[in-house]
Design a protein around this ligand. Structure first.
Ligand code: MN
Length: 493
C-alpha cells in the first residue's frame, strides 16, 4: 500500500491520508513538528492486535516517529533477524497512544504500549539504523536495516547486536518430544502424586513465540493448519514465548469424542474450512509447560511447572487448563461414572522427561484402546438383520500374517453402519484374509480399513473382550497394525 516515495518517510502526509480522525482515537499530530518537552530521544513499542498481531517500533526522529511493524516482536536474542516492515511516520503524540481503533478504520484493533523509553542513535541512514534502546523491557543495541530484495523498500530486518539482557535466556526450541505415561492397574501406593483426567484426543505440543502458534503432533508433525481456531491462543500470550503440552479433543454431549475428532484430525488446512470448525470445534486441553520466557522448564518438578501453567490462566474459547487433584479416589470414580477413558497420575517432584515413557507418569485406564484391521463383517439380528451387525477385527503377527482379534458391534450408530456398508461393499473378498479359520458366517473384505476400538481386555491370544467402536483411522496404515503394538503376547504359531 505504501508507495516507495514515502520512504524513508518524512512528514505526516501518508499517516493522515490513511486515517479518519473523526472515527479513530489516534492523534492527528500537530501541524508543525513539535519540539519534545522531554529531554532525549524517545521510542515506543506498541502491541497492536490488528487483523494480524504485531508490534510497532517507533523512534523519534526529525520531528516525527519513524515506524516499523514487527510481526514477531522485538527480538530479545542476538543471532536472529526478524522482519520489520517500514510503515508511515507517526506523529510524536503517538508515543503515548493506547486505545481501540474501531472496526473499519485503518489498523483496527487494540493498541497498547508494550515498552517505552529513550534511545541513542549510533547510526541513522536511509537504509540502516543502529540504536541503543533503554526501555523498561528492552535494553540493548539493535540494527534495523533495509533488505536488498526488490520490494518497495518496505521490508527491513531488526537484529539484536548486544548479548541478551538475560544471558541465561535461550531461543525457543523447534521441538520437544512429549513425555509418555506408563500403564498401571492401580494408583501409586505412595504420597506425592497429582491426578488428572486422561483426555481422549490427540496429543499436541504447542509452541508460541511472538504471538504465533505452532502445533505439533506426538511425533512432531506440524498440525497447525488442521486446527485454525487454536491460532487465537497466540495473541493471548502476546510476546511471551512458551511451549505447552496438551491434548486436542472435541466434545459431544460434554464428553470427549475421539470418534468425532476423526472429522478434524485427518485433514490439513486446505480442507479445514470455517463450517467444519463450527460443526466440530476442538478444545486444546493444557496440562504442562515445557518452556517459559526464554527458559527450559522441563527440569522443574511437576508441582512447580503446574504452578507456572496455572499462572498463565489459559482458559479461552478453544483452550482450557483443567484442574488436577491430590487424591486418586474421587477422580477415578468420577471419570468411571462419566465413561471417561481414565486418569493420569503425575509425581509432584518429578521433572518432565521428553520422549520418555516414564514411571513418574502413570495412566490408569477404565478401558483400553487400540487399532485393528477390519477383516470382514457378520450380519446383525433384529433391526440389523441382513446388514452389518459387527465387524471382524484382525492384527498382524510377527510373521506378517493377519490373525483374528475379535469382533466389535457396540457403539456403532446407524449412520456409521451405513457409511461402513458403503465402504466395505466394494471391498468384498471371496476368501478370508486371516491365517486361521473362524467359525462364523463372515462376509470377508480386503483388509485395508483400520478401526479404533476400546475394550475391557485383550486376551493373551490377542482377542478383544467387551469391545466398542471409537472410529476409523484413515491416518493409520493397515500394515502397521500388529499384535505387538496392541501389547498382546500372542502366539506366532
Ligand atoms: Mn500497527
Amino acid at each position: 500500500m505504501t508507495p516507495p516515495q514515502d520512504l524513508p518517510g518524512k512528514g505526516l502526509e501518508a499517516y493522515r491520508a490513511k486515517r479518519d480522525f473523526a472515527s479513530s482515537p489516534e492523534p492527528a499530530g500537530a501541524d508543525a513538528p513539535r519540539t519534545p518537552s522531554r529531554p532525549g530521544r524517545h521510542f515506543v513499542v506498541q502491541e497492536h492486535h490488528a487483523r494480524s498481531l504485531h508490534w510497532d517500533l517507533r523512534l523519534e526522529h526529525d520531528g516525527t516517529l519513524a515506524s516499523w511493524a514487527i510481526p514477531k516482536g522485538v527480538p530479545m536474542h542476538p543471532g536472529e533477524d526478524r522482519l520489520a516492515v517500514r510503515t508511515e511516520d507517526h506523529p510524536l503524540e503517538y508515543l503515548e497512544f493506547e486505545g481501540d481503533i474501531p472496526r473499519g478504520q485503518y489498523g483496527a484493533g487494540r493498541m497498547s504500549i508494550w515498552d517505552t523509553g529513550t534511545y541513542e542513535a549510533e547510526k541513522w541512514r536511509d537504509d540502516e539504523v543502529i540504536v541503543v534502546l533503554e526501555g523498561r523491557r528492552v535494553t540493548g543495541r539493535y540494527a534495523i536495516f533495509r533488505t536488498a530484495s526488490a520490494d518497495s523498500g518496505r521490508n527491513w530486518m531488526i537484529h539484536r547486536i548486544d548479548p541478551p539482557a538475560d544471558p541465561t535466556r535461550e531461543p525457543i526450541p523447534d521441538w520437544i518430544p512429549p513425555m509418555l505415561a506408563t500403564p498401571a492397574a492401580s494408583p501409586p501406593p505412595d504420597d506425592g502424586w497429582a491426578f488428572e483426567v486422561k483426555w481422549d484426543g490427540i496429543r499436541a505440543v504447542t509452541f508460541v513465540e511472538g504471538g504465533r502458534v505452532h502445533l505439533r503432533s506426538r511425533r512432531g508433525r506440524d498440525v497447525t493448519d488442521t486446527y485454525p481456531e487454536l491460532r487465537e491462543l497466540g495473541p493471548v500470550l502476546g510476546s511471551l514465548p512458551v511451549v505447552l503440552d496438551g491434548e486436542v479433543i472435541t466434545f459431544v454431549d460434554g464428553k470427549p469424542s475421539f470418534e468425532r475428532l476423526q472429522r478434524r484430525m485427518n485433514l490439513d488446512g486446505r480442507h479445514t474450512g470455517p463450517q467444519l470448525v463450527h460443526d466440530v470445534p476442538v478444545v486444546l486441553v493444557l496440562f504442562d509447560i515445557l518452556w517459559l520466557d526464554g527458559h527450559d522448564t522441563t527440569p522443574l518438578p511437576f508441582r512447580e511447572r503446574r504452578r507456572l501453567l496455572e499462572q498463565l490462566d489459559l482458559n479461552g474459547p478453544a483452550w482450557q487448563t483443567p484442574p488436577n487433584y491430590e487424591e486418586a479416589g474421587p477422580i477415578l470414580e468420577a471419570t468411571r461414572g462419566q465413561g471417561l477413558e481414565g486418569v493420569v497420575a503425575k509425581k509432584l517432584d518429578s521433572p518432565y522427561e521428553p520422549g520418555v515413557r516414564s514411571p513418574n507418569w502413570v495412566k490408569l485406564k477404565h478401558f483400553e484402546t487400540g487399532d485393528f484391521v477390519v477383516a470382514g463383517w457378520v450380519e446383525g439380528e433384529g433391526g440389523r438383520a441382513g446388514r452389518i451387525g459387527a465387524l471382524v477385527l484382525a492384527a498382524h503377527d510377527s510373521e506378517g500374517r493377519l490373525r483374528y482379534a475379535g469382533k466389535v458391534g457396540s457403539g456403532l450408530t446407524d449412520a456409521e453402519l451405513a457409511d461402513l456398508g458403503r465402504m466395505l461393499g466394494p471391498a468384498a473378498s471371496p476368501a478370508s484374509p486371516l491365517a486361521e479359520d473362524v467359525d462364523s458366517a463372515v462376509h470377508w473384505v480386503e483388509p485395508h480399513l483400520v478401526a479404533s476400538v476400546c475394550f475391557a481386555e485383550l486376551t493373551r491370544a490377542g482377542v478383544v473382550r467387551a469391545a466398542s467402536w471409537r472410529g476409523l483411522r484413515p491416518d493409520v496404515d493397515a500394515a502397521n497394525v500388529t499384535l505387538a503394538s496392541l501389547g498382546a503376547e500372542r502366539r506366532n504359531d
